[in-house]
Write a protein that binds this ligand. Structure first.
Ligand code: HEM
Ligand code: HEM
Length: 212
C-alpha cells in the first residue's frame, strides 16, 4: 500500500465536505422549504429561521478555516499537484474514452487531468460562495451596503450553491466506475494499492520510486 492522503489532508477534506453539507442543509432552511415539504412536522427545529442561520454561520466558520488551512498548508509546502495544467481538457477526454472503451489511458501524475479540473471547479464555486457569503454577513451585521452589491451577491450566492451541488454530485458519481473506486478508501485511511498506482498513476509512481 502507498500513502496518498496524509492525516492533515484527510482532516481538511472532511472538514470541508461536512461543513458544506451543513451549509446546504442550513442554507435551504433559510428559504421556507422545509415547512413547504412538511419536514417541520417530523423535525420541528428545521423550520426555525434563527437556528438554521446560526448553523449556517457555524458551517461558514468551519469551511473558511479549513479552506484557509488548505491554502496555507499546501502553499508553504509548494504542493501544487491539484492545480490544472495546459492540455487537461483533452487529456480528460482521452481518460474518459479509455474508461468507456477499455483502451489505454495516458500516463497520469498523482492526480488525473479530470481531477485537476474538478478541483478548479469546486475551488471556484466555494470561493464564490465565501466572497458573496461574507457580503451577506456584513449586511446582516447592520452595515449599509449598496443595493446592487447586495442584489448581485445574493444572485451569485444562489448560483454558486447550484453550481457546487452539480460539482459534488459529479464528484461522487466519479466513484461509480470501478477504475476510480480504488481511490475511495484512501480518503478514509490514507492508502492506495501499490499495483493501482503503478498502472494508473505511473508518473507519480516513478517519482515515488526515485524519492523526488
Ligand atoms: C461537499 C463535499 C465534498 C467536496 C467539496 C469534495 C471535494 C474534493 C476535492 C476538491 C478533491 C480533490 C480532487 C478530486 O479528487 O476530484 C477530493 C478528493 C476526494 N474526495 Fe471529496 N469532496 C466532497 C465529498 C466527498 C465524499 C462524500 C466522498 C466519499 C464518500 C469523497 C471522496 C473523495 C476521495 C476518495 C478523494 C480522493 C481522490 C484521489 O485520491 O485522487 N469526497 N474531494
Ligand atoms: C457551501 C457553501 C454555501 C452554500 C451551499 C450556501 C447556501 C446558501 C443558501 C441556499 C442560502 C439561502 C438563500 C438566500 O437567503 O439568499 C444562503 C444564505 C446565506 N448564506 Fe450561504 N451558503 C454557503 C456558504 C456561505 C458562507 C461561507 C457564508 C458566510 C461567509 C454564507 C452566508 C450566508 C448568509 C449571511 C445568508 C443569508 C442569511 C439571511 O440573511 O437570511 N454562506 N446560503
Amino acid at each position: 500500500m502507498i500513502l496518498r492522503h496524509t492525516k492533515a489532508v484527510r482532516m481538511i477534506h472532511w472538514s470541508i465536505a461536512l461543513s458544506i453539507f451543513l451549509l446546504f442543509f442550513s442554507g435551504f432552511g433559510q428559504m421556507p422549504l422545509y415547512k413547504r415539504y412538511m419536514l417541520t412536522d417530523i423535525v420541528p427545529w428545521t423550520g426555525d429561521y434563527w437556528l438554521t442561520l446560526y448553523l449556517h454561520y457555524l458551517g461558514a466558520v468551519v469551511l473558511m478555516t479549513a479552506v484557509g488551512w488548505h491554502a496555507v498548508f499546501h502553499g508553504i509546502r509548494k504542493e501544487t499537484g491539484l492545480l490544472p495544467r495546459s492540455g487537461d481538457l483533452q487529456e480528460s477526454v482521452q481518460i474518459i474514452k479509455a474508461m468507456i472503451t477499455g483502451g489505454k489511458e495516458p500516463p497520469s501524475d498523482k492526480y488525473l487531468a479530470e481531477q485537476r479540473l474538478a478541483y478548479a471547479y469546486i475551488a471556484f464555486t466555494v470561493g464564490l460562495l465565501i466572497v458573496t457569503g461574507v457580503v451577506k454577513v456584513i449586511k446582516n451585521l447592520g452595515f449599509n451596503l449598496n443595493d446592487s452589491l447586495l442584489f448581485w451577491s445574493t444572485q451569485m450566492h444562489n448560483l454558486g450553491s447550484v453550481l457546487l451541488l452539480f460539482g459534488i454530485i459529479a464528484h461522487l458519481a466519479a466513484f461509480i466506475p470501478a477504475a476510480n473506486r480504488k481511490l475511495l478508501p484512501s480518503m478514509f485511511h490514507g492508502k492506495v494499492d501499490e499495483e493501482y498506482v503503478k498502472h494508473r498513476h505511473s508518473i507519480w509512481y516513478k517519482r515515488l520510486k526515485k524519492g523526488t
